[in-house]
Design a protein around this ligand. Structure first.
Ligand SMILES: [Zn+2]
Ligand SMILES: [Zn+2]
Length: 254
């Protein structure tokens, strides 16, 4: 499976996105590739920025995966970095590099003399995985900038299992939905006989949010509202407006 890493200058909602990687985004690779190791151990802004740009080039040259440069705009079908595996930033206030994970609730400061990623089983990650799945950007996740574009661009390949648009997700894909419930397929009952979900080019539910006017801002579908107040139509395989007379209403009606 692919993993993703986003680089920023600064922390918080106004952090400046510098670029992203897809592919073999693992700590051992970041520490082994000279340019990414240099980025991780940077103690000034220009070194960090230059090293990140070099890393994007090297990533593709060495066939470690794809690189997404800021000139091309926000690359993900995500509306937040909180779906990415790693987020690596340079914070100008302490002049230091920090890392966190998608949904991370704290930052790990990298020691430039002994660069290491946090050890253990996801020590920075969300403590409530189900809350994170519903709305990865919600607190207590550390704040991240929202996407800068009005509409999330269509993504030709599923960001998790890499299938092409129109094709069924591979087994174990975190993006795939259970078509009986609209919830994540990974968690559906073993006895569920729902058909395979396909990758549409956008994160599940985003199209419905746009249609219902449930956008929190440009590129920010209110997936939490969708999943808590809309109804899943198990025939049409989509969310419908609450109060739709053909389906029973569950949850809060707006
Ligand atoms: Zn998939
Ligand atoms: Zn199912």
């Amino acid at each position: 499976m692919s993993s993703y890493t986003d680089f920023y200058f600064g922390r918080g909602e106004n952090a400046d996105w510098i670029g992203s990687l897809r592919g073999e985004c693992y700590p051992e690779n970041f520490l082994a590739v000279p340019s990414s190791r240099l980025a991780l151990t940077a103690t000034d802004e220009s070194t960090f920025r230059t090293a990140v740009v070099d890393t994007l080039d090297v990533w593709e040259d060495e066939r470690l995966g794809h690189a997404y440069r800021r000139e091309l705009g926000w690359p993900w079908p995500w509306y937040t970095s909180h779906k990415s595996s790693w987020i690596i930033v340079f914070d100008p206030a302490p002049q230091a590099v920090f890392v966190t994970v998608g949904g991370g609730i704290s930052w790990h400061r990298i020691d430039p003399h002994d660069p290491r990623f946090p050890e253990g089983d996801d020590p920075l990650g969300p403590d409530d995985i189900y809350a994170w799945l519903r709305d990865p950007a919600a607190p207590p996740s550390v704040p991240m900038p929202p996407a800068a574009t009005d509409m999330t661009p269509l993504q030709a390949y599923c960001p998790d299992c890499d299938v092409e648009t129109g094709h069924a997700h591979r087994e174990g894909c975190v993006v795939a939905r259970c078509l009986a419930t609209g919830l994540q397929r990974l968690g559906h009952d073993e006895s569920c006989r729902c058909p395979q979900d396909v990758w549409t080019g956008r994160w599940p539910g985003e199209a419905e949010c746009a249609e219902l006017g449930w956008m929190l801002g440009p590129g920010l579908p209110d997936l939490n509202r969708l999943m808590t107040t809309a109804n899943w139509d198990p025939v049409a395989y989509r969310w419908t407006r609450p109060g739709n007379p053909t389906t029973p209403i569950e949850g809060e009606q707006r």
